[in-house]
Structure formats: C-alpha cells, structure tokens
Design a protein around this ligand. Sequence first.
Ligand SMILES: [Zn+2]
Ligand SMILES: [Zn+2]
Length: 444
Amino acid sequence: MTKPSQGAADTACRVDELVEGLDLGAATRDQVAEAAGRLVALGREGVAHLARSALRLAGPRREKAAALLGCLAGQAARWAAREVEQHLEKRLLNPTEQMWVMALLRRLDEAASGQDADASAPALHDALLDDETELLLWRDEFASLSHEEQQSVLAPILQDGSPALLRLLEVAMSLQIAAVDAAVACGLSRFATPQTLPLLRELLRRSDPVVRRHARASLVALERQGVDVRDVFVATAESDEPVRAALATPPQSDGRIMVLVARGRTPARVRFAAVVVDPVELGIATAWGESGLTEAEFHERVAEYARKMDQRLVRVDVEMAQALVAAGEDYARTRRRPLSPDYLVWRRCIGRPRAAVQLPIVFGPACSRCGARLRGGDLLRGGVVAGRAALCARCAAKPLACAACGKPLNRHTDEVLAREGAEGATLELLCHYCGHGARDARGR
Ligand SMILES: [Zn+2]
Ligand SMILES: [Zn+2]
C-alpha cells in the first residue's frame, strides 16, 4: 500500500464537501444526478472514497451518499461496486447494514451491467433479497431501531426505485408501523412497475388515513408513469418459483387445518411456508416457514412435524392449499383480526389460487342444529366442528344419540366421533364403536 498522496486527500475532501452540500429534501432528481456527475468527474478515487465511507456515515449523510451512488452508471458504478463489495468481505455487518450493502450493490451491478458483467455476483444478492429467513432477520433488526433510524434505513431503498428492493419494503410494511407505512406509501411512486401494486393494495387497506392518502397519490403518480394500475384490487405478491409440494392436514375438531406449500427451482434449494387456518376465530392462526433446505431436509421437517403434532399431512391440490389460506386471510380481514407480520412475509410462498375452489371447511361455521354462529368459546365448552358442519356448545350439551346405532351418547365420558353428514349440511355424532367402524371402512 502506498501512502495516500496529497492529491488523494484533496479528492476525499472535495467528495465530503459534495455530500455535505447536497440537500435531499430540496434537490430534484436531476440535481442529485448533476451532483453525481461532479463526483464522477473526480475520477475513480473520488467514487471509491464515497463508496468506502458510505457505511461509516451516520443516517442522513449515508442517505445522501446512497442517493449519489444510486445515480452512477457504467464504469463509475462498477468502481463503486468493487469498493462496496469489500465491505462485505472485510467488515462484520449487522443484518441491516448487510441488507443495505446488498441493496446498494445490486443497484450498482445493474447500473454497471453490460460491462464486466459478473454472472455469479448478482445471484448472491438476488438470493439474499428473496430469502425469507434472511429477510426476517433483517426485519427483526429493523423493528428494533428507533423511528428516526428506520426512516434513514428506508430512505436509500425508496430513493433507489429498483423492483428487486420491493421485497425489503414489503417486509418493513409487515410490521405495520404507521410512520414506516407512510414513508413506503409515499416512496412507491418511484417504482414504476406493476410489481408495486400488491404493496399499494396492502397500504390502501391500512387503518391510518395518512397512509391511505399517500398510497392513493402514489397510485396516481404510477398511472402517469404508464403503469396499468387497474390490477391494484386483485394484485397479490407471489413467488415465481415452481411449487414442489402442497400438503394439508384433514380438518381438526376445532375446524383448523394446517396448510403447507413448498417451492424451489432446484431440489438443493427448497423453501416452505406453513399456515394454520382457523375458520372459527382468527382466520389465520399462525404462520412459519424455513428456507435454504434441500429436498431431503424438507421431507424430514414434514415428517417431524407430523410425528410431534400427531397429525397426518396429505398431498392436496395446490389451488386448494392456496384457496384455504386466501379464505383465511379474507376472513381475518372481514372480522378485523390482525394478520401476523410472519404471515405477511411467508404468504408470498403460498400464493393465491387462480380459480375458485370448493373448500372442505366453511369460515364462520354455524351450528347444524340451531343455526347459531360458532364462537371460540363454543369449542372450549364442548362445541365441535367437522369440516363444513358444526355443533354449538349449547346444542352439544343436550342429550345426543349415535347417528348409526341410536345409542345415547355422553360427550363427557365416552369417546365420540363427529363427522359431516350429507353435503356438509348436518353434523353426525358416532359412538366409540360405530366411529371406529366408520373410520376403518374409510381405510384409515
Ligand atoms: Zn346449536
Ligand atoms: Zn353407535
């Protein structure tokens, strides 16, 4: 290494002045681009200095550095990318810094592409920006920041406008923090792509009127930029990776079904999302998943879950799996039940059904005897759900008889099997003996 020359120190000084003099609040995009032009005029050393210092700068200055770096193209972008890459190699970055560097690097690689295209590098960034496990780590880190820090993490991402970064914004939105939602709703106008629509759709449904107003304004701005916004009411985010498996448990006695969808381009890299759908109370009870699995590891996870929870997971039509989750989400929304941040991240792996599907359960089931709608409390006091049919706690407390042999049933002392009657319109209860016979006849 040579000692930095007087010339290099001068350059560094002029770069710092340039960053200092930039007022992102007031500058137009053209003015930022013009400042970036002056940076490039300082040569490779100037660009490299800015890229090197970008991570050391605190919030608002880092934002300015990112805005300048975001304007670079061609060779200058390549110079900056090479410097930024060294951050990844040399420094121990926390998840936020890592995502920030990934995002920046991605933008720079795109801007430099055509020249010195490095085929392996973008794949790494793609994978990280699309890997739920990495994204959830980033989200948790992001959630722990102060409101000011969150805004300065978001600013360069929103300034960037690259569709690949929408995933980060979607994850930040999953936390449902009004200030974050408002910043994203406002900044989405820079992402002139239909991929923005699922995010705007989500923001248009938020309870905060400021968020909804920003989202509507962004929608208008996108339309002016030539994006066909008519799809905003149907648009949903979905992974474009091929589905490798769709599984579900049979409906449980509380009506819940666990649905699982696995995706992956190769058997060496599989991810899955699992969602417990609750048709009585919550719509979506819980969601979790895992990424970066091999096909063998995935099958191990499924077997382990089935063993631990004593549940059978059977292959189902992928549209059926998707329809169950979509109906659960819609039910949660109509009942104003909160959707968990984890669900909002994992649901992309599930996807939405393209056709109408006849579901094996109904959401908001009613008692087959008295017609009353079941509540969560019914299930705690003896009520039962069997697929599309149900029995409320009050009717379950009345004298009941086995639907096959007519023997009186005591739900407190006998093992009783509930099943759907014809067309799911009635609920039948069977005594222990008839119940086992029916189960054996069905080949279990
Ligand atoms: Zn009833
Ligand atoms: Zn019987």
